[in-house]
Design a protein around this ligand. Sequence first.
Ligand SMILES: [Zn+2]
Length: 306
Amino acid sequence: MSYYIGVDVGGTNIKAGIVYKDSVIKRINLKTQADRGPEECLNQIRRAIKNFINEGEGIGIGIAGIIDSKKGIVRYSPNLIGWEDIRLVSILKKDFKKPVRILNDVNAILIGEWIYGAGKGYKNIFLFTLGTGVGGAGVCEGRLLFGANGFAGEFGHTVINFSGPKCLCGNYGCLERYVGSRYIIELAHNKIKKERTSLSNYKNLTPKIIADEAKKGDRIAIEIFEEVGYYIGIGVANIVNLFDPEVVIISGGISRAGKILFEPIKRTVRQRILGPQYRRLKIVPAKLGDEAGILGSAFFVANLDL
Ligand SMILES: [Zn+2]
């Protein structure tokens, strides 16, 4: 067994670690300087890698955006300003003289959960992340799904209401437009105006606060999670009808909300998929927390056939 370096590059944080077997042995976090342009951000990635370069046999990097894993090019990243067609693999290979592979960050999280976490032992998996954005990734018949252009799994931009509000992507009624964090908070503010709720005691609402208040029994907070779970359930039903996964894994902060989120999702999915009684299907929270991306990226460079 060898040691590999896993890096998770997000718009807010760069997380890196050295992985041995199924564990992140050491790790560091840097605040991403995304607004300073690609060169500064690239230097941060280099600095993160340098911490572990003596031990690491290879470097795997997960990045939000459209990533061409085969050619090693970051085509476009919505969170990193100025990142367009950056040949990240050849740049870092030149710097470090070790194998380097890159992939989409949600694909990295999926690999982590598939090999070590909630997807262990399954061959048909769909994972999605709930946060500011809503990402997705899939394993079909034991193969990671990349798509022709590296766009596969954009769950957040599947449409759940064709005449719904406009999304940042330009389309209307996308799932993300209903269940991305800022829209959950917007939904809460709309309800606070009309109803009496403990949520009105908070200046800066977050999905976590709403979840905590729902668990304490606040009627409006429960109602919000019922609605959010219903929207997600419609999205998941579409995925289940298309791909017939054995397990759907929900990752990201809100996935820890527990029953108040999972029950409306499961109920909606059961009502809306074809032949629920004939399917083996689980809907579960992710297990690895924010280490999934580091573990998955490291596994990706350690296993070149993936
Ligand atoms: Zn969209």
